[in-house]
Design a protein around this ligand. Structure first.
Ligand code: SAH
Ligand code: SF4
Length: 401
């Protein structure tokens, strides 16, 4: 368990502002207009390349100006309620963000998955979800609210803090490392945490454009993937305005079944979804769309389904990502048998598609797909009740922080 050493303040946070917003904010704080461009670019470097959380260390900025910045703004991080590390190296953070407007504080989960030659951060875009995909635990939670661009980006920034990515940039030996990601822990990000990113388009767009900005966090556009249940108009905008890789939560190849599993299909049926995919900007064999397909026993896992999947994707540069279903209490579904998943995968492979089976990671810390937040919330409630029974007021306070 990690207690945040970062103080919460009411000052606006510079993290999450784009260049135009930073410029306007600096002007309001009294920074002369002719300096704005230079100041924005200096601060951008300090906060996104060096990861500084303290204005006083910004050595190419005069003392007076540093004082003005500290008086008006902050770059502080959110509270980390919990940090867990799985036996397989997967990490999960539970962040608490302050209320926006009249609401309550919200808690959000972010997962880091280290692999041999990359490290992927799975980021949330909303607290809860308005959609009700029947196999997804997040879908049983009401939407609490959209995350702001600051909150979306903070998930990446704090992961970098905790994994030492900023420290690596700051180490003398790696100074001027050309931001190629070679020494970084977080090389990839996927918008596959809680929520439907395309129902929070503007904030997701702003955060991702900052994440891929070459003078700052500098993630490669091709290492950023946005996953959607199929919000067709915003798929088009994602290609045109953000230009990141796309993943589609397909899960079924017939409208009748997809209407049930992924109810947004009633609004944007498969024919429209496939058209949007076919026309996705920048699509090529080197930049394929990933189709996610959750393996549900007896529902969508027959060889006939595999056949239909291949014919549906004809003509679209695609990869297929088979996800073993992660069960949750009351879901009413079971994960397909391993043998069946392999048969399904082999068939698709023979038809020329890469079809990796996504190995569940971090199951012991409830970090696998579809297990986020709602599960840990449930556990914490359970723990809390157990403690209440014991009458342990000390521990109770600990849990209710
Ligand atoms: N809302 C977006 C992104 C978040 S979900 C979307 O639907 O694409 C990320 C992926 O996890 C989606 O493909 C989703 O369908 C899948 N998923 C949800 N619940 C799951 C579960 N219980 N087991 C396995 N995969 C699940
Ligand atoms: Fe929402 Fe995605 Fe879960 Fe569907 S699968 S309920 S869109 S988070």
């Amino acid at each position: 368990m990690v207690r945040s050493n970062y103080a919460a303040t009411d000052k606006p946070n510079l993290i999450g502002m784009d260049r135009a917003e930073l410029s306007a904010a600096f002007e309001q704080a009294g920074i002369p207009q002719k300096q704005l461009r230079m100041r924005v670019s200096q601060i951008w470097q300090w906060i996104y390349v060096r990861g500084l959380i303290d204005f006083s260390q910004m050595s190419n900025i005069s003392k007076d100006l540093r004082a003005i910045l500290a008086e008006h703004f902050t770059v502080s991080r959110p509270e980390i309620v919990e940090e867990q590390v799985s036996t397989d190296g997967t990490r999960k953070w539970l962040f608490r963000f302050p209320p926006r407007g009249a609401g309550k504080p919200v808690e959000v989960e972010t997962v880091y998955i280290p692999e041999e030659n990359r490290g992927t951060l799975c980021i949330s875009s909303q607290v809860g979800c308005t959609l009700n995909c029947t196999f997804c635990h997040t879908g049983t939670q009401k939407l609490v609210r959209n995350l702001t661009a600051e909150e979306i980006l903070m998930q990446l920034i704090v992961a970098r803090d905790r994994l030492g990515d900023f420290a690596a940039v700051n180490a003398p030996a790696q100074k001027n490392s050309d931001n190629d990601g070679a020494t970084r822990k977080v090389t990839n990000i996927v918008m596959m945490g809680m929520g439907e990113p395309l129902y929070n388009f503007e904030n997701v767009k702003k955060a991702l454009l900052i994440a891929i900005d070459g003078d700052g966090l500098a993630l490669s556009r091709r290492r950023v993937t946005l996953s959607t249940s199929g919000v067709v108009p915003e798929i088009v905008r994602t290609g045109e305005e953000i230009g990141v890789m796309l993943a589609i939560s397909l899960h079924a190849t017939r409208d009748e079944l997809r209407n049930e599993l992924v109810p947004i299909n009633k609004k944007y049926p498969l024919s429209e979804l496939m058209d949007a995919c076919r026309n996705y900007k920048g699509l090529s064999n080197a930049r394929r769309i990933t189709f996610e397909y959750v393996m549900l026993k007896g529902i969508n896992d027959s060889l006939n389904d595999a056949k239909q999947l291949v014919s549906l994707l004809k003509g679209i540069p695609a990869k297929i990502n088979l996800i073993p279903f992660n069960p949750w209490p009351g879901s009413g579904y079971e994960c397909s048998d391993w043998e069946q998943i392999e048969k399904f995968s082999d068939f698709i492979n023979q038809c020329g598609y890469a079809s990796p089976i996504r190995t569940p990671r971090g199951r012991d810390i409830l970090a696998a797909c579809g297990q986020l937040k709602s599960e840990s919330e449930r556990l914490r409630i359970k723990e809390r009740r157990a403690l209440e029974k014991q009458g342990s007021s000390e521990s109770e306070n600990e849990l209710q922080r």
